[in-house]
Design a protein around this ligand. Structure first.
Ligand code: HEM
Length: 561
């Protein structure tokens, strides 16, 4: 070791090495001195300030790569105007973090600021489309995009919500089964390495909370979108989604698929597996839509969602190849699962951690969700688990401000959506003296968590505060209603491509949290306290860096009448 150090020092002292280091330093210092510009223009539209950088052409890439979060947070403090200009690989990128400017950016029409280049790129790098697929099928592309709106309201939304609620109602008793043998356990218990433990004569199920909650949500909610056959035939599918999501950003960077990097390789493998599952699914759906026999594994395709029925109609109308249908569904299945299922974990963690909050939420939701203990007609040898009797999803999502505020706070803290637009025409952003120029050929970004974690808007921004978004609103009749809403945060992005699953996701997070909180007590294993793990960013939401084991038991429920 000492020998290697000496060799290194000797090398560093060689004249050529010294000359190279000196030249690099001179370039870095000169670049830093010559670059950087304050905001310019006094009347009318301003040019946003650009901080100096050290490496020509690369610009601010090194700062972003080393610690992008704290670099951007520092700029937010230094430039309170809410917009700053950075240089990446010779191109100008405006970073917008003031909510009013971000809203204006999101609302720019496609002809002025285009966002579809991002989703098109992801289609190729991540979802398995060929570049030629995008050009060939432009005609159906718009129809597919419009069909997403089915999820936002009306019958399409009701179909997803009601089917998910029914599935949850019939599965909640098996969230933990108290079976010690994996072969007798539910799929989500096996994925969370569940086991039965005895403590002071009381039985608990010990399980890893993220594994248990996200797999439970995925396994029981996906049938509403994809139909029961897909989930029955591919029970391991959620595992592929998690591996895919963990390598999502690496794939989006366009790294070569042969690169021997484990998360990238694992994500590529799970992408292939998912595409195989979806190919078989679409072959069956194609036959089913023509009234042909889809095969014995696909006997219940009638129960796919209204959205999927519409998508099948579009695929058939345009005679889209099965491989393209499978790639399009890979994007949809990822969007459905990657964010909402893991977020249930964060809601549960924070609510169970605070016993006062837990009781307040149980009290608040009690009129809309009730568990009962069915009569046991089979004798003491058989134990009958409690079941959910009342389950009013609209009541839960519109009349429970504390639960709703907890949901908004979870999105604020754990979702890091980032919208990017390519400026196709010179344009401006802002009003009056707060107007900024965006030049044609540049990029404009809204990293939404920069605002979500801004202490000027959210004091103690890194603390999860369940009451942060609760407010009192006076109605036209003069009555005051307590409510909670998203306020200025944008975890679902914005503009034409704003999340189309948001209305469903809100109800999904609220219904799963409410059902688990009503039916189960969750604590840390003996001798361990609740703590909030450190997080790591995945594609859009934050994941814990450490696993968390919990002990779970059923809550006693009143007898069924
Ligand atoms: C809390 C959970 C969720 C979060 C935080 C979230 C976030 C997002 C974000 C940030 C985008 C990109 C928006 C943009 O480009 O500006 C997006 C797009 C999308 N999301 Fe979600 N999402 C969630 C749940 C869901 C669910 C449950 C579904 C489906 C049931 C879904 C379906 C979609 C679709 C289809 C798009 C693409 C929309 C388009 O291109 O027009 N999302 N989502």
């Amino acid at each position: 070791m000492a020998g290697q150090l000496e060799q290194l020092l000797a090398k560093a002292q060689q004249p050529t090495t010294v000359a190279v280091i000196a030249a690099l330093l001179i370039v870095a210092i000169t670049t830093r001195l010559l670059t950087g510009a304050p905001e310019s223009g006094s009347k009318g539209a301003h040019t946003a300030a650009q901080p100096g950088y050290y490496v020509p052409f690369l610009g601010h890439v090194p700062q972003m790569s080393l610690n992008g979060d704290s670099f951007l947070a520092g700029l937010r403090e230094k430039y309170p105007q809410g917009i700053v200009s950075l240089l990446f690989m010779g191109k100008t990128h405006s970073i917008v973090y003031k909510p009013s400017l971000a809203t204006l950016l999101m609302n720019k029409p496609h002809s002025v600021a285009d966002e579809s280049f991002v989703s098109k790129r992801l289609c190729v790098t991540n979802f398995g489309f060929k570049k030629s697929d995008l050009d060939l099928f432009q005609a159906f592309w718009d129809e597919v995009g419009k069909a997403y709106n089915i999820m936002l309201s009306g019958e399409g939304l009701a179909n997803l919500v009601e089917t998910t609620a029914k599935s949850l109602q019939s599965s909640i008793a098996d969230f933990v089964t108290f079976n010690a043998y994996p072969s007798d356990q539910a799929e989500w218990e096996r994925m969370a390495e569940a086991d039965v433990v005895d403590h002071n004569g009381e039985q608990y199920v010990e399980a890893e909370l993220m594994g248990l909650s996200k797999n439970f949500v995925a396994q029981t909610a996906n049938p509403a979108l994809m139909g029961t056959d897909f989930c029955k035939n591919f029970p391991e599918h959620p595992k592929y989604v998690w591996d895919f999501d963990a390598g999502f950003v690496l794939m989006a960077m366009g790294l070569p698929s042969w690169l021997p990097w484990w998360p990238l390789q694992r994500a590529q493998a799970s992408k292939r597996r998912q595409l195989n599952c979806l190919y078989e699914y679409h072959e069956a759906l194609g036959k089913w839509s023509k009234g042909e026999e889809p095969g014995h594994r696909w006997e219940n395709l009638d129960d796919i969602s209204i959205l999927q029925k519409e998508r099948v109609r579009i695929w058939e109308k345009h005679e889209v190849p099965t491989s393209v249908r499978a790639a399009a569904d890979l994007g949809l299945v990822w969007a459905m699962n990657a964010n909402s299922s893991p977020l249930v974990y964060w809601m549960l963690l924070h609510i169970y951690k605070d016993t006062v909050l837990l009781e307040q939420i149980r009290e608040e939701i009690a009129p809309y969700i009730k568990g009962v203990q069915p009569k046991n007609l089979f004798g003491t040898g058989i134990s009958i688990p409690p079941k959910l009797e009342t389950f009013d999803i609209e009541g839960l999502s519109t009349k429970c401000p504390l639960l709703k505020s907890s949901y908004v706070e979870t999105l604020r803290l754990y979702v890091s959506a980032w919208s990017i637009k390519y400026v196709q025409q010179d344009t401006t952003l802002g009003r009056g003296d707060d107007t900024y120029v965006l030049n044609e050929g540049t990029y404009a970004h809204a990293p939404h968590d920069l605002h979500q974690l801004d202490p000027k808007y959210f004091p103690e921004p890194h603390e999860w505060q369940p009451r942060r978004h609760v407010k009192e609103v006076m109605g036209e009749d003069g009555k005051i209603t307590v409510t909670a809403d998203m306020g200025s945060i944008r975890p679902y992005g914005g503009g034409a491509h704003m999340c189309k699953g948001r209305a469903f996701a809100m109800r999904e997070l609220m219904m799963y949290t409410a059902a688990i909180v009503t039916m189960y007590d969750i604590r840390r294993p003996e001798g361990q306290e609740w703590s909030v793990p450190k997080t790591t960013k995945q594609a859009a939401s934050r994941h814990p860096t450490k696993e968390m084991k919990v002990w779970i038991k059923r809550r006693p429920q009143p007898d069924e009448e």
